[in-house]
Design a protein around this ligand. Structure first.
Ligand code: HEM
Length: 482
């Protein structure tokens, strides 16, 4: 048995209970009531860990790398073989040779190129790219009069935008979208998706080695801190896989609230909640990463009144922290302006890409775009799938095709072409940009099974991007390990 050595008397809670039940709010309330800020949980039968739910406790764990390591080789269950190499926990919990798997100087070396690449993002251009993408995607499904808003919108926008940032042309970005959908769909084509993703990214790096351009791929290749092309590849894979499903989940959850929660939508539409505050509220009450794996104790210690033993695993309860009354003064609802959520985590591994993520999420989440993307029909309710990230798995939309012409035709290139600040004021049927997804492959593997859920199940014990779809969590930050 792999148990935290300070195992408390009470039976552990299956961590999957925090991601699979229809309403997770009472589950976290009960966990807090019964366990306090650090709960004894079971990841898989016989594999135990600590779920760290307290604000201060998460800050301690993420801010003390001398005591809490990010390196899966420090996990006792890994060292003593209690978790086999082919365990489904492996992709999330085992060591990954990239920025997310290292601490100390090696982590700083691998993180500097990523921070430099993110700092170089031209937000004005990115915003215009996203506006153009939104207009094109909405125009594409407006023509059909129906759409899966998660697959065809919330998922497509970040991936196509990130594809553009790293250096893909629209056609390659669309191929990337199809490959990542296959990979993270955990279906029969997952391996083919993995192979295709690798080929696309390797091809991009080879092209940029020969002919550098103004994009993230070229910047990473030229960065003095990355020693080999393989490190550049691992970094780009980390960026793509960490950024895509998280941002998709953020957009999908915001759209879902806008369409199904009149209180939330009213505050946004009435101007009481600006779009950035609305996005923060979503991060606070429904963060994309529900449970973030993991940290490993480097020595015996104490946390939140629990005895933590060397080698114990600790999962960051980034959703549970919203229930910490010490940080939120007992209010279940997010207070405007309160930034005490930990959706980006904290410490040296905290998400380095908050700004581009926000630039990408802002436009598709705006009320005008949300209204535009979905019909006002009350019969169009979100559908949910156990295999998709937190948030609605599918949100059907039906609408009449718009007659409003787009200012630019469908052949316009993505970057820097959109002139409208609000892309949804001008939506033309058939205006999908060359990089936009084709309808059929995008919506093909939906398994809608939980209508009307306010919060999507993630399936696995970790939740957040990937959930049961573990491929999306291969390195714990939503990164694949390459
Ligand atoms: C809503 C959007 C996003 C959320 C909620 C989010 C959240 C997170 C979280 C919780 C972590 C893990 C921190 C830890 O282990 O303590 C992380 C790490 C990371 N994220 Fe994000 N992320 C988002 C978007 C993005 C985007 C768009 C990118 C890239 C363009 C990105 C790149 C990364 C990278 C590279 C790391 C690893 C950093 C490290 O280990 O030093 N993320 N993110």
């Amino acid at each position: 048995m792999t148990v935290p050595s300070g195992e408390p008397a009470e039976a552990p809670v299956r961590l999957s209970a925090t991601t699979t039940c229809p309403d997770t709010w009472p589950v976290f309330d009960r966990l807090w009531r019964d366990h306090g800020p650090v709960a004894h949980v079971e990841l898989e039968p016989g594999v135990h860990a600590w779920l760290v739910m307290g604000y201060e406790e998460i800050k301690t764990v993420t801010g003390t790398p001398r005591v809490y390591s990010r390196d899966g080789r420090d996990w006792r269950a890994f060292q003593d073989g209690a978790v086999p190499p082919d365990s489904p926990l492996g992709p999330m919990m085992f060591f990954r040779d990239n920025v997310a798997g290292h601490d100390g100087e090696e982590h700083r070396r691998l993180r500097r190129p990523i921070e430099d690449a993110i700092a170089a993002v031209d937000h004005r251009r990115l915003r215009r790219t996203v506006e153009y993408l939104c207009r094109g995607l909405i125009g594409g499904f407006a023509e059909r009069g129906a759409a899966d808003l998660v697959a065809e919108y919330a998922e497509a926008v970040p991936l196509l935008a990130l594809g553009d940032l790293i250096g893909f042309d629209p056609r390659q970005s669309r191929e990337l979208l199809v490959a990542m959908r296959a990979l993270y769909g955990s279906g029969e084509d997952a391996h083919e998706g993995d192979r295709r993703l690798e080929a696309l990214l390797s091809g991009l790096l080879a092209a940029r080695r020969a002919d550098p351009a103004d994009d993230i791929a070229s910047l990473l290749l030229a960065h003095p801190d990355l020693r080999t092309p393989a490190e550049a590849l691992r970094s780009i894979v980390a960026l793509m896989s960490a950024g895509n499903h998280t941002t998709m989940s953020w957009i999908a959850q915001t759209i879902s609230l806008m369409l199904t929660d009149p209180r939330f939508a009213g505050r946004v539409r009435g101007g009481r909640l600006g779009i950035d505050d609305a996005l923060d509220e979503v991060l606070a009450v429904a963060p994309p990463m529900i449970n973030m794996p993991a940290r490993y104790a480097l020595r015996d210690t104490e946390l939140g009144g629990r005895a933590i033993a060397r080698g114990d695993a600790l999962v960051l309860g980034l959703a549970a922290v919203a229930h910490d009354v010490r940080a939120h003064a007992g209010s279940q609802f997010w207070q405007r302006g309160n930034r005490a959520h930990l959706a980006w985590s904290a410490g040296q591994h905290a998400c380095p890409a908050r700004d581009p993520a926000r630039t990408i999420a802002r436009t598709p989440s705006r009320p005008s775009c949300t209204r535009c993307a979905a019909s006002g029909s009350p019969s169009t309710r979100p559908r949910w799938s156990t295999s998709r990230p937190r948030g609605p798995a599918a949100r059907p939309a039906s609408r009449s095709p718009s007659r409003t012409p787009t200012p630019e035709g469908p052949t316009a290139g993505i970057p820097g072409r959109a002139r409208e600040r609000d892309p949804c004021r001008t939506v033309a049927p058939g205006a999908a940009p060359p990089g936009s997804p084709q309808p059929s492959p995008l919506a093909s593997d939906r398994r809608p099974d939980r209508p009307d859920r306010p919060d999507g199940p993630a399936g696995g014990p970790i939740g957040g991007p990937g959930g049961r779809d573990r491929a999306a969590m291969r390195d714990g930050s939503g990164h694949r390990t390459s």
